[in-house]
Write a protein that binds this ligand. Structure first.
Ligand code: FMN
Length: 448
């Protein structure tokens, strides 16, 4: 099936990172179309019509989120672009910002206008240091050419965009932790309510949106909300960027329309190009490390035997018993040689390291899960440990201020649900299971 490209259509045009080339390719036309011609509420309506759902993970409808923004007289409002992207397996925002930075800037101008923001931020993870320079260059070019600053296009609208670097913490991707960090504090999540739409940056109404979400506002305004909603299927409208990695022939960032099946995505030459060395597919984490892993038999077909598609509804079909989530679109493929216990342990270590420590179930539970998984992986596990792991993850889920706890619990729950026999085999075959683990010496050094 020929794919539709809305965000990456010009990604391979030479020099597209520069203002001149981006403009020549039709860049900034959405700003010309909107400023002075549409009211901010009309822009929000168009985004609502498009059915765009937040691309940061939760898939919340963007237009609805914008319409929740409080608008008290005389109080500034802010748009914050979440460029933290620290979910393992997710690198799509990096691609957008690195190669087409002006698309994000253009989307921010239109979105900030809709929200009535006169200052907007890009909060970017510290590890993307080189992209900070790219973004700052793009912002400077946009300003030189009259798209930012005072009285943009002579339409009486003022906007400044600032780039703020985080220090490199996964938790700072959570919107309220991000806001704390942006304000110069330790990035601990806030209790909600109040939601950022009422009390966000500097105590003012704030919308936090993912990089891809804001970039998608450009094609929406160019083609119209209804036409955008006509692409995709059901409530999965428009296109979605997927960063694909793991055991595939062609890792990379792909733009799909959400009628693409999972099978087509993994095996077609247009996307992942199949699994190297003719190996069989074992499992997949389709939406970034936090979403449940799915075994091959439930990945390509749902439990009802229907084809599974790369969209919000189809991927979650069957709930967590047999389905998973679209999440942030970090698609990680595992071939038959991969050890699920080892991967689960690696993820548990990550969540333990990244827990901010505010909530006891997350702070203590993630460390406890990691310790047990390490024992199982290194041949010191007991059968009772598997039930204990299940019990711990169950007590973390839903019992923390922010969803980092859920994100730590779901991978463990799904791994046990679908691969319990592999955990048991590790317990009953401590020596063999270690030998079978590719890369074990490196793991021992890293995870002593
Ligand atoms: C632990 C944690 C990490 C997160 N990391 C990110 C991130 O890196 N990027 C992102 O856009 N959203 C992330 N989110 C989701 C944000 O809290 C928020 O929902 C999102 O930025 C909203 O944007 P959207 O509506 O455009 O998806 C994270 C959430 C949690 C709980």
């Amino acid at each position: 099936m020929a794919s539709i490209k809305l965000l990456l259509a010009n990604a391979h045009v030479e020099g597209i990172r520069t203002y001149e080339v981006y403009r020549k390719q039709g860049g900034y036309q959405s700003v010309e179309k909107v400023l002075g011609a549409l009211t901010p509420d009309e822009v929000t309506e168009e985004v609502k019509k498009s059915g765009l759902r937040g691309r940061g993970g939760a898939g919340f409808p963007t237009g609805m989120k914008w319409s929740f923004l409080a608008k008290p007289e005389g109080v500034p409002r802010y748009l914050v672009v979440n460029a933290d992207e620290s979910e393992p397996g997710t690198f799509k925002d990096r691609y957008l910002m690195e190669f087409i930075p002006h698309l994000l800037i253009e989307g921010m101008i239109v979105s900030s206008y809709a929200l009535g923001a006169k200052a907007s931020y890009i909060y970017i993870r510290g590890e993307y240091a080189w992209i900070v320079d790219i973004l700052e260059q793009a912002i400077a070019e946009a300003k030189q050419n009259g798209w930012l600053g005072k009285n943009i296009l002579g339409k009486g609208y003022d906007l400044e965009i600032y780039v703020q670097r985080g220090a490199g913490a996964y938790i700072c991707g959570e919107e309220t932790a991000l806001i704390e960090s942006l304000e110069g504090k330790r990035g601990n999540p806030r209790i909600k309510p109040p939601f950022p739409a009422v009390k966000g940056v500097w105590g003012c109404p704030t919308v936090v949106n993912n990089v891809e979400t804001i970039a998608a506002v450009v094609p929406i305004m160019m083609m119209g909300g209804e036409a955008y909603a006509g692409i995709g299927v059901g409530r999965s409208t428009g296109t979605k960027l997927i960063s694909a990695c793991g055991n595939i022939n062609k890792p990379g960032v792909y733009e799909i329309d959400m009628t693409c099946s999972v099978e087509e995505f993994i095996y077609s030459e247009e996307y992942c190009g199949g699994i190297p060395n003719g190996k069989r597919l074992k499992a997949c984490i389709p939406g970034g490390s936090s979403v449940p892993i799915v075994p091959a038999n439930l990945l390509l077909k749902t439990a009802k035997g229907e084809t599974r598609y790369m969209n919000y509804e189809s991927l979650s079909d069957g709930g967590f018993e047999s389905g998973t989530m679209m999440g942030s679109g970090g698609f990680i493929v595992f071939d038959e040689d991969q050890c699920i216990v080892r991967h689960t342990m690696t993820l548990a270590r990550f969540y333990n390291h990244e827990s901010c420590g505010q909530c006891s179930p997350c702070r203590e539970g993630t460390g406890w899960m990691y310790k047990i998984l390490k024992n199982i992986e290194y041949g010191k596990g007991k059968m009772a440990d598997i039930d204990l792991l299940w019990d711990i993850q169950r007590r973390i889920e839903g019992n923390t201020i922010c969803p980092l706890g859920d994100a730590a619990a779901w991978p463990v729950a799904a791994a046990i649900r679908h691969f319990r026999d592999e955990f048991e085999w590790h317990v009953t075959h401590p020596e063999e299971s270690q030998k079978s683990n590719f890369g074990l010496p490196i793991m021992q050094i890293l995870y002593k």
